[in-house]
Design a protein around this ligand. Structure first.
Ligand code: AMP
Ligand code: MG
Length: 320
């Protein structure tokens, strides 16, 4: 606990913090306990979890899972199959091979990448909605919900806070932020959320995002990466090639009502790049995004749902 109304715990491999305008120990305790329970169901970074039990039974038999895990896998499979994007919940074998962000990360042999690619077809995930079972048809397949788990959990945390009549505050799941309700410290009710400057070693910001009652989720190549032979290898993979996606973007921030949606789209938009994402966003006025490009421009798309104040001289804002 940092001060009376800020509560932090190390969970999901990151610092989770809650900032409430008024103290509420019961709500906070329920939130942290629920995050622990959900993390223990969804993680693939511990030996046991519901998702791990599916992965360990790959090629052998279906596994019955709880309702939220089934529902999340069902949604992730739909996006993977029908969205024409790089999003793929069966990416696990590549994540485990590259180990980006974990000890031993390295460029794997091309032969091994090819081998793992054969285990990443989302069509080989068989779901039974009546029995709530998940079956990975090939041995070695692995589901990885890393691209959406925090978004899903942030929405659950929000609903818990509302149940406890907490209507204002900041939920921060290691950069995956939900700004709940309106702030009392800003005249217009905006919460001020810092957008990290990519690769800044001293936590500099590229700007501040101002929102009321919105989720703010960022996917970036500076979050988990390593550099080898002057090339940067980061943690979002191209399921076609088995290598990290390579495009013009440093990061994508999605501003949305649902954090699950924000987390899905932050990964999807990263894979699509700016032009295709912008085209999609033109049909979705409730969804907004901030793209930081490697050429140091910032593109704001659908800026009706937020205010962005740039604070770094290196970047230039490009409005559509
Ligand atoms: P995010 O930061 O939300 O974009 O999620 C990145 C995480 O999603 C990675 O650390 C992996 O666990 C997982 N991941 C990597 N590549 C993909 C992909 N192409 N589709 C879905 N999940 C991915
Ligand atoms: Mg995501």
């Amino acid at each position: 606990m940092v001060n009376a109304n800020e509560y932090t715990q190390h969970l999901m491999g990151t610092t989770v913090s809650l900032m409430l305008l008024e103290p509420n120990e019961t709500a906070v305790q329920t939130v942290f306990e629920t995050i622990k329970i959900l993390e223990d169901k969804l993680t693939v970074n511990k030996p046991l979890s519901e998702v791990m039990s599916i992965n360990l039974a790959a090629g052998q038999h279906p596994v019955t899972v709880s309702r939220p895990v089934f529902s999340l896998i069902e949604q992730a499979q739909k996006i993977s199959l029908h969205f024409n994007s790089c999003f793929n919940l069966a990416i696990g074998p590549l994540v485990k091979l590259w180990k980006i962000g974990f000890q031993g990360d390295q460029i794997p042999a091309a032969r091994l990448i090819k081998q793992q690619l054969l285990l990443t077809d989302p069509k080989n995930i068989e779901l039974d909605a009546n029995k709530h079972t998940v079956f990975l048809k090939k041995a070695g397949m692995e589901i990885d919900l890393g691209a959406i788990a925090k978004g899903y959990i942030a929405d659950v945390v929000k609903s818990i806070l509302l149940q406890y009549q907490v209507y204002k505050g900041i939920i921060n799941l290691g950069g995956n932020v939900f700004a709940l309700g309106a702030s009392l410290t800003d005249d217009n009710g905006y919460w001020h959320i810092g957008l990290r400057k990519p690769f800044s070693t001293d936590n500099k910001l590229s700007g501040v995002i101002k929102v009321i009652d919105k989720s703010v989720v960022t996917s970036g190549i500076y979050e988990r990466f390593f550099i080898q032979n002057d090339h940067l290898y980061h943690h979002i993979f191209d399921p076609q090639t088995g290598y990290p996606l390579d495009n013009e973007l440093e990061s994508v921030t999605v501003i949305s009502d649902s954090s699950l949606e924000g987390d899905i789209y932050s990964t999807v938009f990263y894979g699509w790049g700016l032009d295709k994402s912008r085209e999609f966003l033109q049909k979705r006025p409730n969804l907004s995004a901030i793209f930081l490009l490697k050429n140091k421009t910032i593109a704001l798309v659908n800026p009706n749902n937020f205010i962005f104040q740039k604070s770094d001289k290196q970047y230039t804002i490009k409005l559509d």
